[in-house]
Design a protein around this ligand. Sequence first.
Ligand code: HEM
Length: 430
Amino acid sequence: MGIAVTLLAFVALVMLKFYMSRSYTNQAVLRLPPGPWELPLIGSLHHLLLSRFRDLPHRAMREMSKTYGPLMLIRLGTVPKLVVSSADAAKEILKIHDLSFCNRPINPTADIMSSGGQNIVHCPYNERWRELRKICMLELLNQRRVQQFRSVREDEVARLMRTISNECSSGQPINLSNKINCLVSDIIVRTAIGERSKHRDEFLRELDDVMRLGTGFSLVDLYPSSRLVRWLSTSTRDIERCRRNIDHIIENIIHERATKSTVERDDDLLSVLLRLQKDNATQFTLTNEIITAVILDIFGAGSDTASVTDTKYWDAAEEFQPERFNNTNIDFKGNNLEYIPFGAGRRICPGMTFGCASMELALASLLYHFDWDLPDDVNTDEFDMTEAFAALFRQQAVQRQGKGGSRFRTCTGCNENGLVRCPNCSPPDI
Ligand code: HEM
Protein backbone atom coordinates (compact mmCIF):
# COMPACT_ATOMS: atom_id res chain seq x y z
CA MET A 1 0.00 0.00 0.00
CA GLY A 2 2.78 2.38 1.07
CA ILE A 3 4.77 1.61 -2.09
CA ALA A 4 1.69 2.21 -4.26
CA VAL A 5 1.05 5.64 -2.69
CA THR A 6 4.73 6.62 -3.09
CA LEU A 7 4.70 5.46 -6.70
CA LEU A 8 1.52 7.41 -7.39
CA ALA A 9 2.94 10.55 -5.79
CA PHE A 10 6.12 10.13 -7.86
CA VAL A 11 4.18 9.75 -11.13
CA ALA A 12 2.03 12.80 -10.25
CA LEU A 13 5.18 14.83 -9.52
CA VAL A 14 6.84 13.84 -12.80
CA MET A 15 3.65 14.74 -14.71
CA LEU A 16 3.41 18.07 -12.89
CA LYS A 17 7.05 18.90 -13.64
CA PHE A 18 6.66 17.88 -17.29
CA TYR A 19 3.47 19.92 -17.61
CA MET A 20 4.88 23.04 -15.91
CA SER A 21 8.08 23.01 -17.95
CA ARG A 22 6.14 22.46 -21.18
CA SER A 23 3.63 25.23 -20.56
CA TYR A 24 6.43 27.56 -19.42
CA THR A 25 8.42 26.88 -22.59
CA ASN A 26 5.32 27.31 -24.79
CA GLN A 27 4.35 30.58 -23.16
CA ALA A 28 7.85 31.99 -23.40
CA VAL A 29 8.17 31.08 -27.07
CA LEU A 30 4.66 31.79 -28.25
CA ARG A 31 3.80 34.95 -26.27
CA LEU A 32 0.30 33.67 -25.57
CA PRO A 33 -2.57 35.95 -24.50
CA PRO A 34 -3.20 36.24 -20.75
CA GLY A 35 -5.52 33.87 -18.97
CA PRO A 36 -6.38 32.45 -15.54
CA TRP A 37 -3.88 30.20 -13.77
CA GLU A 38 -4.02 26.57 -14.78
CA LEU A 39 -3.86 23.26 -12.98
CA PRO A 40 -2.06 20.23 -14.39
CA LEU A 41 -4.33 18.03 -16.48
CA ILE A 42 -7.54 19.99 -16.01
CA GLY A 43 -6.18 23.32 -17.28
CA SER A 44 -8.68 26.14 -16.57
CA LEU A 45 -11.70 23.88 -16.07
CA HIS A 46 -11.81 24.56 -12.34
CA HIS A 47 -12.44 28.27 -13.01
CA LEU A 48 -15.51 27.36 -15.03
CA LEU A 49 -16.72 24.79 -12.52
CA LEU A 50 -16.27 27.11 -9.53
CA SER A 51 -17.89 30.08 -11.26
CA ARG A 52 -21.38 31.19 -10.25
CA PHE A 53 -22.19 30.59 -13.93
CA ARG A 54 -20.99 27.00 -13.93
CA ASP A 55 -23.96 25.85 -16.06
CA LEU A 56 -23.41 28.61 -18.61
CA PRO A 57 -19.74 28.44 -19.69
CA HIS A 58 -20.04 31.43 -22.06
CA ARG A 59 -21.14 33.63 -19.14
CA ALA A 60 -18.40 32.24 -16.91
CA MET A 61 -15.88 33.09 -19.64
CA ARG A 62 -17.26 36.62 -19.92
CA GLU A 63 -16.78 37.08 -16.15
CA MET A 64 -13.19 35.84 -16.43
CA SER A 65 -12.45 38.10 -19.38
CA LYS A 66 -13.28 41.12 -17.20
CA THR A 67 -10.03 40.27 -15.41
CA TYR A 68 -7.89 39.06 -18.32
CA GLY A 69 -9.08 41.27 -21.15
CA PRO A 70 -10.81 40.86 -24.50
CA LEU A 71 -8.31 38.26 -25.74
CA MET A 72 -8.03 35.52 -23.14
CA LEU A 73 -6.49 32.06 -23.34
CA ILE A 74 -8.01 29.24 -21.33
CA ARG A 75 -7.34 25.52 -21.43
CA LEU A 76 -10.17 22.99 -21.27
CA GLY A 77 -8.36 19.84 -20.22
CA THR A 78 -5.44 19.97 -22.61
CA VAL A 79 -7.21 21.95 -25.34
CA PRO A 80 -6.36 25.67 -25.64
CA LYS A 81 -9.27 28.03 -26.39
CA LEU A 82 -9.01 31.67 -27.31
CA VAL A 83 -11.92 33.68 -25.86
CA VAL A 84 -12.62 36.86 -27.84
CA SER A 85 -14.97 39.21 -26.03
CA SER A 86 -14.94 42.68 -27.54
CA ALA A 87 -15.98 44.07 -30.91
CA ASP A 88 -12.45 45.41 -31.51
CA ALA A 89 -10.84 42.04 -30.77
CA ALA A 90 -13.47 40.28 -32.92
CA LYS A 91 -12.56 42.65 -35.77
CA GLU A 92 -8.89 41.63 -35.46
CA ILE A 93 -9.78 37.93 -35.59
CA LEU A 94 -12.68 37.88 -38.06
CA LYS A 95 -11.73 40.71 -40.43
CA ILE A 96 -8.06 41.70 -40.22
CA HIS A 97 -6.43 38.32 -39.53
CA ASP A 98 -9.33 36.20 -40.77
CA LEU A 99 -7.14 34.09 -43.04
CA SER A 100 -5.17 32.85 -40.01
CA PHE A 101 -8.35 31.96 -38.12
CA CYS A 102 -10.59 30.48 -40.79
CA ASN A 103 -9.87 26.82 -40.03
CA ARG A 104 -12.01 25.36 -37.27
CA PRO A 105 -10.34 22.97 -34.82
CA ILE A 106 -11.72 19.46 -34.94
CA ASN A 107 -12.12 17.39 -31.78
CA PRO A 108 -12.40 13.58 -31.71
CA THR A 109 -16.22 13.44 -31.63
CA ALA A 110 -16.51 16.00 -34.47
CA ASP A 111 -13.83 14.04 -36.33
CA ILE A 112 -15.99 10.90 -36.23
CA MET A 113 -19.22 12.71 -37.14
CA SER A 114 -17.66 14.61 -40.04
CA SER A 115 -15.64 11.60 -41.33
CA GLY A 116 -12.41 13.47 -40.69
CA GLY A 117 -13.60 16.98 -41.67
CA GLN A 118 -15.39 16.04 -44.90
CA ASN A 119 -18.30 18.38 -44.12
CA ILE A 120 -18.55 22.18 -44.48
CA VAL A 121 -18.25 23.12 -40.81
CA HIS A 122 -14.98 21.26 -40.17
CA CYS A 123 -13.53 21.30 -43.66
CA PRO A 124 -10.23 23.21 -43.76
CA TYR A 125 -10.37 26.47 -45.71
CA ASN A 126 -9.63 25.10 -49.18
CA GLU A 127 -11.09 24.48 -52.64
CA ARG A 128 -13.34 21.63 -51.42
CA TRP A 129 -14.81 23.86 -48.70
CA ARG A 130 -15.44 26.58 -51.28
CA GLU A 131 -17.21 24.15 -53.61
CA LEU A 132 -19.30 22.50 -50.89
CA ARG A 133 -20.38 25.88 -49.55
CA LYS A 134 -21.23 27.09 -53.05
CA ILE A 135 -23.40 24.02 -53.66
CA CYS A 136 -25.29 24.66 -50.40
CA MET A 137 -25.76 28.34 -51.20
CA LEU A 138 -26.90 27.73 -54.78
CA GLU A 139 -29.12 24.77 -54.05
CA LEU A 140 -30.61 25.33 -50.61
CA LEU A 141 -29.74 28.49 -48.74
CA ASN A 142 -30.00 31.45 -51.13
CA GLN A 143 -32.88 33.95 -51.19
CA ARG A 144 -34.64 32.32 -54.17
CA ARG A 145 -34.50 28.79 -52.74
CA VAL A 146 -35.58 30.04 -49.32
CA GLN A 147 -38.60 31.66 -51.04
CA GLN A 148 -39.35 28.35 -52.79
CA PHE A 149 -39.49 26.57 -49.44
CA ARG A 150 -42.15 28.99 -48.22
CA SER A 151 -44.92 26.37 -48.48
CA VAL A 152 -42.90 23.98 -46.28
CA ARG A 153 -42.49 26.65 -43.60
CA GLU A 154 -46.14 27.67 -43.75
CA ASP A 155 -47.29 24.09 -43.58
CA GLU A 156 -45.12 23.26 -40.56
CA VAL A 157 -45.92 26.52 -38.72
CA ALA A 158 -49.66 25.95 -39.32
CA ARG A 159 -49.26 22.46 -37.88
CA LEU A 160 -47.57 23.96 -34.79
CA MET A 161 -50.40 26.50 -34.34
CA ARG A 162 -52.96 23.71 -34.52
CA THR A 163 -51.08 21.58 -31.95
CA ILE A 164 -50.87 24.52 -29.53
CA SER A 165 -54.51 25.35 -30.09
CA ASN A 166 -55.56 21.77 -29.28
CA GLU A 167 -53.37 21.52 -26.21
CA CYS A 168 -54.24 24.86 -24.66
CA SER A 169 -57.96 24.25 -24.92
CA SER A 170 -57.69 22.20 -21.68
CA GLY A 171 -56.28 25.25 -19.86
CA GLN A 172 -52.99 23.53 -19.01
CA PRO A 173 -49.64 25.32 -19.46
CA ILE A 174 -47.68 24.06 -22.44
CA ASN A 175 -43.96 23.63 -22.98
CA LEU A 176 -43.03 25.61 -26.06
CA SER A 177 -39.34 24.65 -26.17
CA ASN A 178 -39.99 21.08 -27.35
CA LYS A 179 -42.48 22.26 -29.92
CA ILE A 180 -40.07 24.84 -31.37
CA ASN A 181 -37.34 22.19 -31.59
CA CYS A 182 -39.72 19.87 -33.47
CA LEU A 183 -40.72 22.72 -35.81
CA VAL A 184 -37.09 23.54 -36.68
CA SER A 185 -36.23 19.85 -37.19
CA ASP A 186 -39.29 19.24 -39.35
CA ILE A 187 -38.59 22.21 -41.61
CA ILE A 188 -34.97 21.09 -42.02
CA VAL A 189 -35.86 17.41 -42.54
CA ARG A 190 -38.27 18.36 -45.31
CA THR A 191 -35.83 20.68 -47.08
CA ALA A 192 -32.73 18.51 -46.60
CA ILE A 193 -33.87 14.88 -46.94
CA GLY A 194 -37.33 15.13 -48.39
CA GLU A 195 -41.02 15.55 -47.83
CA ARG A 196 -42.23 12.75 -45.63
CA SER A 197 -39.32 10.48 -44.98
CA LYS A 198 -40.43 7.37 -43.13
CA HIS A 199 -37.00 7.41 -41.47
CA ARG A 200 -37.65 10.85 -39.93
CA ASP A 201 -38.15 9.80 -36.28
CA GLU A 202 -35.23 7.38 -36.31
CA PHE A 203 -33.05 10.06 -37.90
CA LEU A 204 -34.03 12.72 -35.34
CA ARG A 205 -33.39 10.29 -32.46
CA GLU A 206 -29.85 9.72 -33.65
CA LEU A 207 -29.34 13.47 -34.14
CA ASP A 208 -30.43 14.14 -30.55
CA ASP A 209 -27.72 11.76 -29.37
CA VAL A 210 -25.16 13.46 -31.61
CA MET A 211 -26.02 16.89 -30.12
CA ARG A 212 -25.82 15.50 -26.59
CA LEU A 213 -22.44 13.85 -27.16
CA GLY A 214 -20.92 16.66 -29.22
CA THR A 215 -20.84 19.55 -26.71
CA GLY A 216 -17.02 19.55 -26.67
CA PHE A 217 -16.97 18.84 -22.93
CA SER A 218 -16.78 15.04 -23.09
CA LEU A 219 -13.62 13.50 -21.64
CA VAL A 220 -12.29 12.44 -25.01
CA ASP A 221 -12.65 16.00 -26.39
CA LEU A 222 -10.87 17.45 -23.35
CA TYR A 223 -7.92 15.04 -23.76
CA PRO A 224 -7.84 14.42 -27.51
CA SER A 225 -4.30 13.06 -27.62
CA SER A 226 -4.69 10.60 -24.73
CA ARG A 227 -5.07 7.05 -25.95
CA LEU A 228 -5.98 5.93 -22.44
CA VAL A 229 -8.92 8.37 -22.24
CA ARG A 230 -10.04 7.33 -25.71
CA TRP A 231 -9.93 3.70 -24.66
CA LEU A 232 -11.80 4.31 -21.41
CA SER A 233 -14.36 6.76 -22.76
CA THR A 234 -17.71 5.53 -23.99
CA SER A 235 -18.50 8.69 -25.96
CA THR A 236 -16.36 7.78 -28.99
CA ARG A 237 -18.07 4.39 -29.16
CA ASP A 238 -21.48 6.06 -28.80
CA ILE A 239 -20.77 8.65 -31.46
CA GLU A 240 -19.41 5.93 -33.79
CA ARG A 241 -22.65 4.01 -33.29
CA CYS A 242 -24.69 7.17 -34.07
CA ARG A 243 -22.68 7.85 -37.20
CA ARG A 244 -23.12 4.21 -38.35
CA ASN A 245 -26.87 4.41 -37.80
CA ILE A 246 -27.15 7.75 -39.61
CA ASP A 247 -25.07 6.39 -42.52
CA HIS A 248 -27.41 3.44 -42.65
CA ILE A 249 -30.53 5.66 -42.69
CA ILE A 250 -29.15 7.90 -45.45
CA GLU A 251 -27.98 4.85 -47.46
CA ASN A 252 -31.55 3.52 -47.21
CA ILE A 253 -33.02 6.80 -48.44
CA ILE A 254 -30.49 6.92 -51.30
CA HIS A 255 -31.32 3.32 -52.19
CA GLU A 256 -35.07 4.02 -52.14
CA ARG A 257 -34.58 6.98 -54.47
CA ALA A 258 -32.38 4.99 -56.82
CA THR A 259 -35.07 2.31 -57.21
CA LYS A 260 -37.87 4.85 -57.80
CA SER A 261 -39.09 4.84 -61.39
CA THR A 262 -40.14 8.52 -61.28
CA VAL A 263 -37.71 11.24 -62.36
CA GLU A 264 -36.20 12.81 -59.25
CA ARG A 265 -36.86 16.53 -58.86
CA ASP A 266 -34.32 18.79 -57.15
CA ASP A 267 -36.69 19.54 -54.31
CA ASP A 268 -34.39 18.84 -51.40
CA LEU A 269 -30.65 19.06 -50.73
CA LEU A 270 -30.18 15.29 -50.86
CA SER A 271 -31.60 14.99 -54.37
CA VAL A 272 -29.38 17.87 -55.53
CA LEU A 273 -26.28 16.19 -54.06
CA LEU A 274 -27.25 12.86 -55.62
CA ARG A 275 -27.66 14.52 -59.02
CA LEU A 276 -24.22 16.16 -58.73
CA GLN A 277 -22.77 12.79 -57.71
CA LYS A 278 -24.37 11.05 -60.68
CA ASP A 279 -23.23 13.72 -63.16
CA ASN A 280 -19.71 13.79 -61.70
CA ALA A 281 -20.19 17.55 -61.49
CA THR A 282 -17.76 18.37 -58.65
CA GLN A 283 -13.97 18.84 -58.74
CA PHE A 284 -13.66 16.18 -56.01
CA THR A 285 -15.37 12.79 -55.77
CA LEU A 286 -18.68 13.35 -54.04
CA THR A 287 -18.95 10.13 -52.01
CA ASN A 288 -21.98 9.04 -49.99
CA GLU A 289 -19.83 9.69 -46.92
CA ILE A 290 -19.42 13.37 -47.88
CA ILE A 291 -23.12 13.66 -48.72
CA THR A 292 -24.05 12.33 -45.25
CA ALA A 293 -21.55 14.71 -43.57
CA VAL A 294 -23.02 17.73 -45.42
CA ILE A 295 -26.60 16.70 -44.56
CA LEU A 296 -25.53 16.45 -40.90
CA ASP A 297 -24.04 19.96 -41.15
CA ILE A 298 -27.41 21.36 -42.05
CA PHE A 299 -28.91 19.87 -38.90
CA GLY A 300 -26.06 20.56 -36.54
CA ALA A 301 -24.80 23.96 -37.67
CA GLY A 302 -25.50 26.88 -35.41
CA SER A 303 -26.48 24.70 -32.47
CA ASP A 304 -23.15 24.96 -30.62
CA THR A 305 -22.36 28.58 -31.25
CA ALA A 306 -22.53 31.39 -28.73
CA SER A 307 -21.37 34.96 -28.83
CA VAL A 308 -19.82 36.51 -25.77
CA THR A 309 -21.41 39.89 -25.20
CA ASP A 310 -19.53 43.17 -25.08
CA THR A 311 -20.77 45.35 -22.21
CA LYS A 312 -19.09 48.42 -23.75
CA TYR A 313 -21.83 48.49 -26.39
CA TRP A 314 -24.86 47.09 -24.55
CA ASP A 315 -26.58 48.10 -21.33
CA ALA A 316 -27.34 45.02 -19.21
CA ALA A 317 -25.94 42.92 -22.05
CA GLU A 318 -26.93 39.62 -20.43
CA GLU A 319 -30.57 40.58 -19.96
CA PHE A 320 -33.28 39.48 -22.38
CA GLN A 321 -34.38 42.87 -23.76
CA PRO A 322 -35.46 42.44 -27.38
CA GLU A 323 -36.75 46.03 -27.39
CA ARG A 324 -33.12 47.21 -27.34
CA PHE A 325 -33.11 46.62 -31.11
CA ASN A 326 -36.08 48.94 -31.74
CA ASN A 327 -35.19 52.02 -33.80
CA THR A 328 -31.55 51.01 -34.34
CA ASN A 329 -29.89 50.07 -37.59
CA ILE A 330 -27.62 47.47 -35.98
CA ASP A 331 -26.88 44.84 -38.60
CA PHE A 332 -26.65 41.16 -37.67
CA LYS A 333 -25.01 40.08 -40.92
CA GLY A 334 -21.43 40.30 -39.75
CA ASN A 335 -20.82 44.02 -40.36
CA ASN A 336 -21.35 45.28 -36.81
CA LEU A 337 -19.02 43.18 -34.71
CA GLU A 338 -20.74 44.07 -31.45
CA TYR A 339 -23.61 41.82 -32.56
CA ILE A 340 -22.75 38.67 -34.51
CA PRO A 341 -25.31 35.91 -33.88
CA PHE A 342 -24.36 34.36 -37.25
CA GLY A 343 -20.61 34.95 -36.95
CA ALA A 344 -18.66 37.08 -39.44
CA GLY A 345 -15.95 36.81 -42.07
CA ARG A 346 -15.31 33.94 -44.47
CA ARG A 347 -16.97 31.28 -42.32
CA ILE A 348 -20.10 33.33 -41.56
CA CYS A 349 -23.26 31.23 -41.32
CA PRO A 350 -24.57 30.47 -44.82
CA GLY A 351 -28.00 29.56 -43.35
CA MET A 352 -28.81 33.11 -42.20
CA THR A 353 -31.66 33.76 -44.68
CA PHE A 354 -33.06 30.28 -44.18
CA GLY A 355 -32.89 30.55 -40.36
CA CYS A 356 -34.40 34.05 -40.24
CA ALA A 357 -37.30 33.18 -42.56
CA SER A 358 -38.27 30.19 -40.39
CA MET A 359 -37.85 32.05 -37.09
CA GLU A 360 -39.77 35.13 -38.28
CA LEU A 361 -42.77 33.19 -39.51
CA ALA A 362 -42.91 31.05 -36.36
CA LEU A 363 -42.56 34.02 -33.99
CA ALA A 364 -45.03 36.21 -35.90
CA SER A 365 -47.57 33.37 -35.95
CA LEU A 366 -47.20 32.66 -32.23
CA LEU A 367 -47.77 36.34 -31.43
CA TYR A 368 -50.54 36.82 -33.97
CA HIS A 369 -52.67 33.80 -33.22
CA PHE A 370 -52.51 33.64 -29.43
CA ASP A 371 -52.66 35.83 -26.35
CA TRP A 372 -49.81 34.73 -24.11
CA ASP A 373 -49.83 34.62 -20.35
CA LEU A 374 -47.95 33.01 -17.45
CA PRO A 375 -49.48 30.28 -15.27
CA ASP A 376 -51.32 31.54 -12.14
CA ASP A 377 -48.52 30.75 -9.72
CA VAL A 378 -45.73 32.49 -11.70
CA ASN A 379 -45.16 36.21 -12.02
CA THR A 380 -42.85 37.94 -14.48
CA ASP A 381 -40.16 38.65 -11.85
CA GLU A 382 -39.83 34.95 -11.11
CA PHE A 383 -39.86 33.90 -14.74
CA ASP A 384 -36.48 32.43 -15.58
CA MET A 385 -35.29 33.90 -18.89
CA THR A 386 -31.76 32.54 -18.49
CA GLU A 387 -30.58 30.79 -21.61
CA ALA A 388 -29.56 27.14 -21.50
CA PHE A 389 -26.08 26.20 -22.63
CA ALA A 390 -25.85 25.14 -26.31
CA ALA A 391 -29.52 25.81 -26.72
CA LEU A 392 -29.69 29.55 -26.87
CA PHE A 393 -33.10 29.63 -28.43
CA ARG A 394 -34.68 27.18 -26.06
CA GLN A 395 -36.16 29.67 -23.66
CA GLN A 396 -38.76 28.23 -21.36
CA ALA A 397 -42.18 29.51 -22.19
CA VAL A 398 -45.61 28.56 -21.06
CA GLN A 399 -49.02 29.46 -22.22
CA ARG A 400 -52.38 28.96 -20.62
CA GLN A 401 -55.99 29.71 -21.04
CA GLY A 402 -57.11 32.72 -19.00
CA LYS A 403 -59.29 32.62 -15.92
CA GLY A 404 -63.06 32.81 -16.31
CA GLY A 405 -63.38 32.38 -20.04
CA SER A 406 -61.43 31.90 -23.15
CA ARG A 407 -58.45 34.16 -23.76
CA PHE A 408 -58.28 32.58 -27.18
CA ARG A 409 -60.82 33.97 -29.53
CA THR A 410 -62.53 31.98 -32.21
CA CYS A 411 -61.14 32.25 -35.70
CA THR A 412 -63.21 34.78 -37.59
CA GLY A 413 -62.61 32.82 -40.80
CA CYS A 414 -63.58 29.23 -40.02
CA ASN A 415 -64.68 29.37 -36.37
CA GLU A 416 -61.83 27.21 -35.17
CA ASN A 417 -61.53 27.52 -31.40
CA GLY A 418 -58.50 28.95 -29.73
CA LEU A 419 -57.17 30.97 -32.63
CA VAL A 420 -57.50 34.68 -33.29
CA ARG A 421 -57.09 33.96 -37.01
CA CYS A 422 -56.29 30.39 -37.93
CA PRO A 423 -53.36 29.91 -40.33
CA ASN A 424 -55.64 28.57 -43.09
CA CYS A 425 -57.71 31.72 -43.08
CA SER A 426 -54.96 34.26 -42.66
CA PRO A 427 -51.34 33.22 -42.39
CA PRO A 428 -49.09 36.17 -41.45
CA ASP A 429 -47.32 37.35 -44.56
CA ILE A 430 -43.57 37.28 -44.02
C1 HEM B 1 -31.10 31.22 -36.48
C2 HEM B 1 -30.37 30.16 -36.63
C3 HEM B 1 -28.87 30.09 -36.83
C4 HEM B 1 -27.85 30.70 -36.14
C5 HEM B 1 -27.98 31.67 -34.96
C6 HEM B 1 -26.59 30.28 -36.74
C7 HEM B 1 -25.33 30.68 -36.31
C8 HEM B 1 -24.14 30.24 -36.89
C9 HEM B 1 -22.81 30.67 -36.45
C10 HEM B 1 -22.55 31.66 -35.32
C11 HEM B 1 -21.92 30.03 -37.23
C12 HEM B 1 -20.38 30.17 -37.12
C13 HEM B 1 -19.95 31.34 -37.98
C14 HEM B 1 -18.50 31.73 -37.80
O1 HEM B 1 -17.66 30.84 -37.52
O2 HEM B 1 -18.17 32.92 -37.96
C15 HEM B 1 -22.65 29.19 -38.17
C16 HEM B 1 -22.05 28.41 -39.14
C17 HEM B 1 -22.76 27.63 -40.02
N1 HEM B 1 -24.13 27.56 -40.15
FE1 HEM B 1 -25.50 28.58 -39.05
N2 HEM B 1 -26.87 29.42 -37.79
C18 HEM B 1 -28.24 29.29 -37.88
C19 HEM B 1 -28.94 28.55 -38.80
C20 HEM B 1 -28.38 27.79 -39.79
C21 HEM B 1 -29.13 27.03 -40.76
C22 HEM B 1 -30.66 26.98 -40.82
C23 HEM B 1 -28.22 26.40 -41.54
C24 HEM B 1 -28.46 25.49 -42.72
C25 HEM B 1 -29.64 25.12 -43.16
C26 HEM B 1 -26.89 26.77 -41.07
C27 HEM B 1 -25.70 26.32 -41.63
C28 HEM B 1 -24.43 26.68 -41.17
C29 HEM B 1 -23.19 26.13 -41.73
C30 HEM B 1 -23.07 25.09 -42.86
C31 HEM B 1 -22.14 26.74 -41.02
C32 HEM B 1 -20.64 26.54 -41.24
C33 HEM B 1 -20.16 27.53 -42.28
C34 HEM B 1 -18.69 27.37 -42.67
O3 HEM B 1 -17.89 26.89 -41.87
O4 HEM B 1 -18.36 27.74 -43.79
N3 HEM B 1 -27.02 27.61 -40.02
N4 HEM B 1 -24.00 29.34 -37.93
